[in-house]
Design a protein around this ligand. Structure first.
Ligand code: G3P
Ligand code: CA
Length: 249
């Protein structure tokens, strides 16, 4: 499709706001995504889980305690129950009206302005989450108001392989924190378009090895300006940051 073609000829690193603009706002909230776009992010990184009633919701941790007024596992609450919780006050009282967004709400609100990098969190906790996401994306892909890059990544390579089979038109990536050998790279390259390394393990040598296997490199989470300039010079394909204001113009 047109949006994927445009996206494939991109040359400077794609500017990806981590959980929105998590350095400025409570992560993964509407306020955070709005801020990320104001600061120049092109793509929003969005972490997803499934509620008790199998609705895709946007949140980082599998539990509610760190970033909301709720307690315990997200999976134990319906989407309506999750909406009762305050997802902003932990960060600052001025965000007290923030709620846990549904993925559909984030798409509806931002699809005309932003691309999306969706991270499936802990897919082993949510059997069937790949099919749910494919079903949700099918509502939008190809529509005129969704003309931005959309990608899916996860630390779980098997989940990405499953998603790729369900929806080959959406590019997937695998996140890694540790070094990786060529054999593993070759396996991942069979279905993935990206291999997204933690910034502490990424150097030119690893970048070249990933690119030689035909995959793009999105590195995370780059929150230091000097490191940001270095990765921009290395011409990585994308940079994921809590501070979209640090990206070069
Ligand atoms: O974008 C990569 C990064 O988001 C993965 O780690 O824990 O921040 O979701 P995490
Ligand atoms: Ca993430």
């Amino acid at each position: 499709s047109v949006y994927q073609e445009n996206f494939n000829i991109q040359h400077s690193p794609l500017k990806i706001g981590h959980r929105g603009a998590a350095g400025h706002c409570p992560e993964n909230t509407v306020a955070s995504y709005k801020k990320a776009l104001e600061l120049g992010a092109e793509v929003l990184e969005v972490d997803i889980h499934l509620s008790k009633d199998d609705v895709l919701v946007v949140h980082h941790d599998p539990t509610l305690d760190r970033t909301t007024s709720g307690k315990g596992r997200l999976r134990d609450y319906t989407a309506a129950e999750l909406k009762e919780f305050d997802a902003g006050s932990w960060y600052h009282s001025r965000f007290k009206n923030e709620r846990i967004p549904l993925l559909s709400e984030v798409f509806e609100r931002f699809r005309t302005e932003a691309g999306f990098l969706i991270e499936i969190k802990h897919p082993s906790l949510y059997p069937g989450i790949e099919a749910k996401l494919a079903e949700e994306l099918r509502k939008y892909i190809g529509s005129a108001s969704f003309n931005n890059p959309i990608m899916v990544h996860s630390f779980d390579a098997d989940s990405m392989r499953r998603f790729h089979l369900l929806m080959p038109e959406v590019q997937v990536g695998v996140l890694i924190k540790r070094r990786i050998n060529d054999e593993a790279l070759k396996e991942i390259a069979k279905f993935a378009s990206f291999l997204n390394p933690k910034q502490t393990i990424l150097d030119s040598k690893l970048q070249l090895r990933i690119q030689k296997h035909g995959m793009k490199v999105y590195t995370w989470t780059v929150n230091n300006k000097k490191r940001m300039r270095m990765f921009e010079k290395m011409k990585v394909d994308g940079i994921i940051s809590d501070f979209p204001d640090y990206f070069s113009d």
